[in-house]
Design a protein around this ligand. Sequence first.
Ligand code: GLV
Ligand code: MN
Ligand code: MN
Length: 439
Amino acid sequence: VFGKPVPAPIFVPEDEASLAEVIARYAGDAACVRLYSGGDCNLTFTDRCAAFVDGRRLLQRLEDLAAIGPIAGGGVNRLALTDADKAGRDLVTGWMRDLGLDVRIDSVGNAVGLWGDRIERAVMIGSHIDTVRTGGRYDGNFGVLAGLEVIETLMTAGVDPPSGGVAVAFFTNEEGARFAPDMLGSLVYAGGMPVEAAHDITGIDGAHVGEELARIGYLGSYPCPGPAPRAFLELHVEQGPVLEAEGFDIGAVTGVQGIWWEEVTVHGQSNHAGTTPMALRHDAAYVAAEMGVFVRRLALELGGHQVATMGRVELYPNLTNVVASRATFTLDVRNTDATVLAEAEHQIMGRLDELAASEKVTIERRTLARFAPVAFDDTMIDRVEAHASKLGARVKRLPSGAGHDAQMLARICPTSMIFVPSANGISHNPSEYTAPESL
Ligand code: GLV
Ligand code: MN
Ligand code: MN
């Protein structure tokens, strides 16, 4: 509740009002509204206790975290395992420790702050705090700070840790912008890649995950894979236009679409741009350009949820009057439908082979990520939808277009996500914005 003082809890007899009415009546006046029955302070978690988060505190933490690695336009550059990421990690784990949480750093640098005794019995709330190089301040960060806020709110309201406890977590290198694949920390946490393989990954700047973890002091001692929590919940900005455009407050996320990342290197021949006849060229830049156009046309043709992006292109020698001898580019191809995604991959590789033959160039390929579509837990999705509706929010069920740590945690425990609207559907951009009242 924004701009309101936070007084002591107000106690309301159960028969006086439904939860929604109580909230409507006391929102803004109460730090905590509790409903209890039979004269005993018989608190249970769901429905009986509505503790209001402190919006100012949450916004201030978002602001403080965004001040680390700031870039023009209000955005953030905290690529995974850089000095800026270390500073962000220090800040957030400091907040966890201030709350008295048991902070555990594992061997891929994931951080879990536990309020309770065992992660296996706790509900874990989390996301990531690394960003793309030109990122916004909400992507990932919101989910982690929201988890922290949930715990602090419950503590402030005088509630004991709910049975099993609550944990807040951030996972290493979710973005995949520096080290592929994306969702690396949560993938290893969930047992999808051995720690040693993760440590060996080389980034876009030649750095290695293991060395960078040690360098920034986040090569932790807790083992990975980590313990499966009782359930996992990730709050996140939608990063797309649907909720805002259709007038919804909350997205009950049904799952995450499948993703395939490929890095392609085309080896041609550099030659004089003025003297080499068109028919005699082995032009790597041409092949890259054709593929950029092809994947876009293909995505439009396939329709539905199909998207395809060429996000990185590097030419060598990258000079005006020299036919490029080498082009390296990445493709990011996604769909909620695994069959259509496989068909897209098949067509893209077919087109690449055709171009290699006609331009007489050779092709080197490296798969950077491949994750099947993930469906979240039905009970968790239902609960998100039911609770948000009960609180008066307009809720839409929708799949996620972006990748998330939740899709990895879904391998080991009941998982779902909550989306809030993104202004103009903009993300991976400094102008990413979600209004305070939507957070
Ligand atoms: C992660 O942010 C992604 O690219 O989906
Ligand atoms: Mn994210
Ligand atoms: Mn992101």
